[in-house]
Ligand binder design. Structure first.
Ligand code: ADP
Ligand code: MG
Length: 358
């Protein structure tokens, strides 16, 4: 049975459409991420699941039960916030067992469960500390334990790593995954960070303007973006203005730059003479020795480069006005001794090119 189902949820604030006819469902033990730019409706969606906000219309089911009208404290959900929201005057133990105490769980069981959960996140021995005696990462772990200890059906996490510095933020990803695997709880995670979403999630719900743009696996989102918005939001890509010069039964030719032609497998809905904009991921743009002798290729000039240690991000000028981004390995960069101003051959696999109709 699905753990959580949202059916045609709508929420407006005055004239602002925060969430627009959103439907989704989450399986047991799934890690799903609501991803999208600031203001796209992620927090509003999460708060409606948790009962902190009422939808204008639509229904929410948790473990088959319609909870749309239930207050927050009666729902089998817990929320983890970016700001941790720990009680500053309470110890780690009292913070973590706060909910259990309210439920009148016997003290021995509170201790046993707290000890098991604190073990899980490597915080055993810190039970008597107060939040201000912990690092940011430790505080975040306490917040996680507090939210997981009473075994919610669904854990809601709103940008939970947002207050941590970049390095800790990355390290906490593994921690989160491990905790989620070991607890078996379904996670609904909110972030605006596409890399975080791609690396953590079983499934990503990518939103814009309150609407779902694509609901897919990280691989599906990355390799088969459903539209221009998704393509531009995830990773580094190139949008190339072009025009269809030939549309036959099994191929579509697109002219771009100053007379370059890319031959693609048949793109439906694109007619000869009509504009056809291509999109290709920067890591799919091959250059130099990675271009085969007999494949279609084009000429460009290295204009700018950023070195990332393992990869190099290149800006390549093609014709007067077009620029392409290409991401290559640092190995290739050094082997070919690439410098700004070099002429360079460019190619890509035609099956990696997307043509978006709108
Ligand atoms: P996100 O979490 O994706 O950044 P939110 O869900 O917080 O986005 O907000 C979605 C939209 O709803 C935004 O335009 C935001 O300004 C608006 N909004 C959110 N909460 C309120 C509120 N309490 N009152 C008025 N507008 C709100
Ligand atoms: Mg938000």
């Amino acid at each position: 049975m699905e753990k959580l189902v949202l059916k045609n949820i709508n929420k407006n604030y005055g004239s602002v459409v925060a969430v627009d006819d959103l439907s989704l469902s989450i399986e047991e033990g799934e890690f799903i991420t609501l991803l999208g730019p600031s203001g796209c409706g992620k927090t509003t969606t999460l708060r409606m699941i948790g009962g902190l906000e009422d939808p204008d219309s639509g229904q929410i089911f948790i473990e088959g039960q319609d909870v749309t009208k239930l207050p927050a404290h009666q729902r089998p959900t817990n929320m983890v916030f970016q700001s941790y929201a720990l009680f500053p005057h309470l110890t780690v133990f009292s913070n973590v067992t706060f909910g259990l105490k309210n439920l009148k769980v016997p003290i021995e069981e509170q201790q046993e469960r707290a000890s098991r959960m604190l073990d899980l996140v490597g915080l055993n021995g810190l039970e008597e500390r107060r939040p201000n005696e912990l690092s940011g990462g430790q505080q975040q772990r306490v917040a996680l334990v507090r939210a997981l200890i009473n075994e919610p059906a669904v854990l809601l996490l709103d940008e939970p790593l947002g207050a941590l510095d970049a390095k800790l933020r990355k390290a906490m990803r593994f921690e989160l995954k491990r905790i989620q695997h070991e607890s078996g709880v379904s996670f609904v995670f909110v972030t605006h960070d596409q890399e975080e979403a791609i690396s953590l999630s079983d499934r990503i719900v990518l939103m814009d303007l309150g609407k779902v743009q694509q609901d897919d696996s990280p691989r599906g989102i990355f390799e088969s973006p459903a539209n221009q918005f998704v393509a531009d939001f995830v990773g580094v890509g190139n949008s190339i203005e072009g025009e269809c010069t030939e549309a036959s039964k099994d191929s579509t030719h697109i002219k771009w730059g100053e007379g370059n032609i890319t031959k693609l497998p048949k793109v439906t809905g694109v007619k000869a003479g009509s504009p056809a904009n291509m999109w290709i991921r920067a890591s799919d743009v091959r250059i130099g020795s990675a271009v085969g002798k007999n494949e279609d290729s084009w000429q460009g000039t290295i204009k700018e480069l950023l070195y990332y240690g393992d990869q190099v991000d290149l800006v390549i000028g093609v014709a007067e006005s077009d620029e392409l981004r290409s991401i290559i390995t640092a190995d290739q960069f050094y082997e070919e001794n690439i410098v700004i101003g070099d002429p360079v051959k460019i190619a890509w696999n035609s099956d990696r090119v997307k043509v978006f109709s709108e």
